[in-house]
Design a protein around this ligand. Structure first.
Ligand code: DGT
Ligand code: MG
Ligand code: MG
Ligand code: MG
Ligand code: MG
Length: 269
């Protein structure tokens, strides 16, 4: 095809190819979810419907896009890790990031009703995205540890804050005052002595966030087969091994998770 005189404008596109051998992390974060959560009556401090919808949307990202080996989410954010050898979209950062963000956003709206049956979606939510490259397994694990530590710190604070208000009858200002300068141990102590809550017994989903990985699962499927020399069909059950996206709510900072799932990371060499 003959080129038009306008073709030269292509040269203005900048190269945003991600460095080879690095894990490509795309992190999404809900836009102004402080307001979004208020307007949609999210339970405080944690809304299981909202967390379920975030996880469902992240699962859709992993199923529809290629090469995401692990995803981690908490609050209004989700991080997606592309395998370090991925060549998807020639490793172009803008392509990867926008595909993740749009697939996630459309899924969030698409599946809204499955999680928020009684609560209408009042306006279209948005998510920002960023790309970060990590050259080693240590760096990638430290990144994920950073997000999980953030989940822990925020959840301990929010749990203490809202318990002081909902069970202790404090105002938001009083609760803020009470928690000012407290360390993790102090918050655990407040929850335990004043409210009989052992923070370690709070649900893992809230304390650890959600990790999504691919796992092989045996699935029983029923098939109709026609037997030779027979008129009738017979139903038989066969087991098939299928890769599925599975959620975990466990510690990913220590070694155990990584030892149990040695296929997630590729070797450093
Ligand atoms: P941004 O990200 O700069 O556009 O602004 P925000 O408002 O999204 O700020 P961010 O991402 O730092 O904080 C997340 C907000 O979402 C925070 O105000 C708490 C809210 N949120 C997230 N999950 C829940 C939930 O399960 N329940 C409630 N009540 N609020 C939640
Ligand atoms: Mg933010
Ligand atoms: Mg946000
Ligand atoms: Mg956030
Ligand atoms: Mg096109």
């Amino acid at each position: 095809m003959a080129k038009s005189k306008f073709e030269y404008v292509r040269q203005f596109e900048t190269d945003d190819t991600c460095l080879r051998n690095c894990y490509i992390v795309v992190r999404l974060d809900g836009r102004n979810f402080h307001k979004f959560s208020e307007k949609h009556n999210f339970a405080k401090p944690n809304d299981n419907r909202a967390l379920g919808l975030m996880t469902r949307s992240a699962q859709s990202v992993m199923e529809e896009l290629e090469d995401v080996v692990i995803a981690y989410g908490q609050s209004d954010e989700f991080s997606f890790v592309f395998k370090r050898t991925s060549t998807w979209f020639k490793r172009r950062a803008s392509k990867l990031m926008t595909h993740v963000a749009s697939q996630f956003s459309s899924s969030y709206v698409f599946y809204w009703k499955e999680y928020f049956a009684e609560q209408p979606l009042l306006y279209p939510p948005g998510f920002d995205g960023r790309v970060v490259l990590y050259p080693s397994n240590r760096n990638l694990r430290d990144y994920l540890s950073w997000r999980q530590a953030d989940c822990h710190v925020n959840n301990l604070y929010n749990t203490s804050f809202w318990t002081l208000i909902q069970k202790g009858g404090l105002t938001t200002i009083q609760a803020e005052e009470r928690l000012k300068g407290t360390l993790a141990a102090d918050k655990n102590e407040i929850l335990f002595s004043d409210f009989d809550i052992n923070y370690n017994n709070e649900p893992m989903l809230l304390r650890k966030g959600t990790t999504l990985i691919w796992e092989k699962r045996d699935e029983a499927v029923t098939k109709m087969v026609k037997l030779p020399n027979a008129e009738e069909q017979k139903e038989i059950t066969v087991t098939r091994s299928r890769k599925r996206v599975c959620p975990h709510h466990c510690d990913i900072i220590g070694d155990q998770f990584w030892e149990e799932h040695p296929d997630i990371l590729e070797r450093d060499d």
